[in-house]
Design a protein around this ligand. Structure first.
Ligand code: NDP
Length: 478
């Protein structure tokens, strides 16, 4: 019997996805550049389902039913192009090439256009959930043509994570939309992790709450609107004691955060789109600063410090929880707003309620909050910004006093809370009646004759700054 899907690239992600397909009843043809990985997979897990072992891409393709579905799970970047190049002559019009790796969405757009010239479908699929998700059910964000989804979607939905029996997989939109949405998911993930880190730092450094006790606090927070995978694993990490030293593990881990790059991609794309994802950006920058170990070490003795004693607000821990919730909400609002900007730029029809629904299970940012976010965009509701949805405007209003108290305390104590503060600044920036952008427009008009609009008349204007300072109607040069 021919296989319904072929997977090439059997390192950890490809092997786990292949096993996931097989366990769900599909026959899977498997291939890896070096045959050792294929044999290792089949030796360890060959009995889990129907696999067809192949040694070359020719053999892989020859074992597939039509339209052929070939999933590429090799190292992102050049290797994906190399495999595509080898596949093109082996495939027929209507076949589907799937890239389930962490590819940049611009690469996916380029590859989709190239393969369309060969009448082949190219589907960039965002897969979130790490190794375990790939095996047991990830959150899946497929792009590509709507037509390709008819032949591929049901299989992806079957292997995806489920939330109340609903698959965490749906067609996102054309070409690179799936990888774009996965990228923004990762940006939100960076911010979500950083705000939890800031809450931990505040409770530790301002209130002296030790990791073991914080572990219990995080467990309690699982019963609140903060309930999420990341809070759950934070409780586990904070409660873990290092066997070698007897100290909390968090105290022996070097405090430099790594990154593979998708958070950075989110920020670069946001800058290109003019999308104000300040909280997400600060979370990427915070990882960068944490990695500047030499500068940080010198700064400890060179740079002046902070006030040593500050009276903590009553119910400080609850204040921190609320500040964390509000900041997290802003990160989601910024990420979803960025999706709106990308939809306009690339002509994607992104349904934010469906996207929020995909993130409810299987992925790293899975959280109860996402069900509420989905509802805020459901039934034709399209708040221009998540924070403007009535339920969230109300929720954040309740958190605002605590949010301000926590940030004031952190500033006085010299505890950096970059995402808490950037998120509050974003919130205040949105709601202020007047912004200093008016002065910036004046400055721009003075040094570059960039013109400005007036609040009381239509049109664009320029003040003749170097002349008699009279105002003239102008043609805008931005
Ligand atoms: P790797 O990124 O480590 O890539 C290794 C695989 O790529 C091997 O199968 C290797 O073959 C193959 N490969 C490398 N270069 C070539 C080439 N030129 N031609 C053919 N094959 C090549 O594998 P992972 O499983 O870790 O990740 C796969 C994808 O999934 C990546 O895009 C990664 O970023 C993404 N990923 C996603 C995660 C998630 O949570 N969504 C988590 C981890 C990864 P060989 O054995 O012959 O060397």
């Amino acid at each position: 019997m021919p296989a319904q899907i072929g997977v090439t690239g059997l390192a950890v992600m490809g092997a786990n996805l292949a096993r996931n397909f097989a366990r769900n009843g599909y026959t899977v043809a498997v291939h890896n550049r070096s045959v050792g990985k294929t044999d290792a997979l089949l030796e360890a897990h060959g009995s889990e389902g129907d696999f067809i072992r192949t040694e070359s891409l020719e053999e892989l393709v020859a074992n597939l039913e039509t339209p052929r579905r070939v999933m590429i799970m090799v190292k992102a970047g050049g290797p994906v192009d190399a495999v595509i190049e080898q596949l093109i002559p082996l495939l027929e019009p209507g076949d589907i090439v799937i890239d389930g790796g962490n590819s940049h969405y611009e690469d996916t757009r380029r590859r989709e256009a190239e393969l369309a010239q060969h009448d082949l479908h190219f589907v960039g699929v965002g897969v979130s959930g790490g190794e375990e998700g790939a095996l047991l059910g990830p959150s899946i964000m497929p792009g590509g043509s709507a037509e390709s989804y008819k032949a591929l979607g049901p299989m992806l939905e079957k292997i995806s994570a489920k939330y109340n029996d609903e698959p965490c997989c749906t067609w996102i939109s054309t070409d690179g939309a799936g990888h774009f949405v996965k990228m923004v998911h990762n940006g939100i993930e960076y911010a979500d992790m950083q705000v939890i880190g800031e809450a931990y730092d505040l409770m530790r450094s301002a209130a002296g709450i030790e990791p073991a006790e914080q572990s219990k606090i995080f467990e309690e927070w699982m019963g609140t609107s903060l309930s999420s995978f990341l809070i759950e694993i934070s409780a586990e990490v904070l409660g873990h004691v290092d066997a070698a030293t007897g100290k909390p593990l968090v105290d022996v881990i070097v405090d430099s955060a790594g990154q593979k790059g998708t958070g950075r991609w989110t920020v670069v794309s946001a800058l290109q789109l003019g999308s104000p994802v300040s909280g997400i950006a600060e979370s990427v920058f915070a990882r960068g600063l944490s990695s500047q170990r030499s500068q940080r070490e010198q700064a400890q003795s060179v740079l002046a410090g902070h006030e040593s004693t500050v009276e903590l607000p009553e119910n400080f821990v609850e204040d921190v929880r609320q500040a964390l919730f509000a900041s997290k909400l802003v990160s989601y609002a910024q990420g979803l707003d960025m999706l709106g900007s990308a939809a306009a730029e690339y002509g994607w029809e992104l349904k934010l309620d469906e996207i929020a629904s995909l993130w409810r299970a299987g992925c790293i940012i899975r959280a109860d909050l996402l069900d509420e976010i989905m509802k805020a965009y459901a039934d034709g509701n399209k708040p221009e910004n998540l924070l403007l949805a009535p339920a969230f405007a109300e929720a954040i209003a309740e958190a605002v006093p605590a949010w301000r108290r926590v940030i004031s305390t952190a500033v006085q104590l010299g505890i950096p809370v970059p995402v808490f503060s950037a998120s509050l600044a974003y919130y205040d920036g949105l709601r202020r009646k007047r912004l200093p952008a008016a002065l910036i427009q004046g400055q721009r008009d003075l040094f570059g004759a960039h013109t400005y609009e007036r609040i009381d008349r239509e049109g664009t204007f320029h003040t003749q700054w170097s002349g008699d300072k009279t105002e003239i109607a102008a043609v805008s040069t931005h």
